[in-house]
Design a binder for this molecule. Structure first.
Ligand code: ADP
Ligand code: MG
Length: 336
């Protein structure tokens, strides 16, 4: 387990830059934890504090009950064997296994290359490898000391979407097969959606929000997280629906326009059927958008509940008791 307690980091010099302003975070063993934020938010500083490449100005970094901020350099060097790191750009491609025999090294290299899918590339020079293959070498190198934690700082940011996908799949595979805790630093919500179990959003050195990725995607709270979520999921009303003449005015000649938000097991069809049956109303589905976060479906439906005012209100109160998110978007004319 990684615990960060009240971490602050101020860079010195004439202009004092407070890069981290009291970070509290717990990352569980075996978790893929995402830290997302815009450029300059403090992500790299934060991840470098986890392995103490950057010394926090105050606060504690505790890994498996050991406080890294209390260690001297040689203790830290030993501890860092448990923490692998990969970056966006890398140029170190040699594998250093100090003190190991040639035989042991060869076996180790072979098994690492196999793990990252590069067995047939053992004899290649770095210049003969593609960006994705180089990143695989970076991952192999980071795993050489059998770490328990892998820190990835924008590891896929320089890669095209297809290669990004394959590297993310590799990280997921490593997490599942070896049980390694992975901390993913990124400015791309698509990366978080693809592999992270939980995510924290950081802005100006402050964590604005954190939670399970499925929950965050279906119900972001902070403006910062909302901005990231809407960067890949469009929650805006489709233009066609806006043009129906939606108002926030409740009246007898209007129907209620409702958005139903689903995640996980609560799928859409039974809910709509349920409302139709229970309240003897018609429900017309105007728009639907279902996506997957890893293996969990999530998404929303925009429906019109067609009944008299009292029945619409009753139906909506009932929807509120269901394990789904919902909101009234407005009211549309009956002849919409
Ligand atoms: P991110 O990785 O989210 O882009 P960084 O952690 O690199 O953010 O930077 C956070 C803030 O700290 C920025 O304002 C940046 O300019 C500043 N900063 C980062 N590294 C240093 C450094 N070595 N010296 C001075 N300021 C730094
Ligand atoms: Mg950075």
């Amino acid at each position: 387990m990684i615990t960060l307690k009240n971490i602050t980091k101020t860079y010195g010099g004439a202009a004092q830059i407070q890069a981290l302003k009291g970070i509290n975070l717990t990352i569980d063993d075996g978790e893929i934890f995402g830290i997302i934020g815009k450029s300059g938010a403090g992500k790299s500083t934060l991840v470098r504090c986890i392995n103490m490449l950057e010394k926090p100005t105050s606060g504690q970094v505790i890994i498996d009950d050991k406080d890294l901020t209390k260690m001297n350099e040689s203790q830290l060097r030993a501890e860092r064997k448990n923490i692998g790191m990969i970056f966006q750009h890398f140029n170190l491609l040699s594998l250093e296994l100090i003190g190991a025999s040639k035989d042991v090294i060869e076996k180790k290299v072979a098994s690492l290359l196999d793990l990252v899918g590069l067995s047939d590339r053992a004899g290649n020079y770095p210049s003969q490898l593609s960006g994705g293959q180089k990143q695989r070498v970076g991952i192999a190198r980071a795993l050489a000391s059998d770490p328990k934690i892998l820190l990835c700082d924008e590891a896929t940011s320089a890669l095209d979407p297809q290669t990004t996908k394959s590297i993310l799949e590799l990280l997921q595979d490593i997490n599942k097969r070896l049980g390694i805790t992975i901390v993913v630093i990124t400015h791309e919500m698509a990366v978080v959606k693809e592999i992270c179990h939980r995510v924290a959003v950081i802005e100006s050195g402050v964590i604005k929000e954190m939670g399970r990725v499925v929950d965050i995607f279906t119900n972001p709270q902070s403006q910062t997280m909302k901005d990231f979520v809407t960067s890949i999921i469009n929650m805006e009303l489709p233009a066609g629906i806006k043009n129906l003449g939606v108002t926030d005015q409740l009246s007898p000649d209007r129907y209620m326009l409702v958005r139903l938000r689903f995640k996980g097991a609560a799928t859409s069809d039974p809910v709509v059927a349920d409302i139709v049956r229970k309240f003897n109303v018609e429900v017309s589905v105007l728009y639907g958008n279902i996506d997957y976060i890893q293996d969990e479906p999530f998404g929303y439906l925009i429906v019109v509940i067609m009944g008299d005012m009292e029945t619409q209100a009753k139906a909506f109160s009932y929807i509120k008791t269901l394990p789904i998110g919902s909101e009234v978007l407005g009211y549309v004319p009956r002849n919409h």
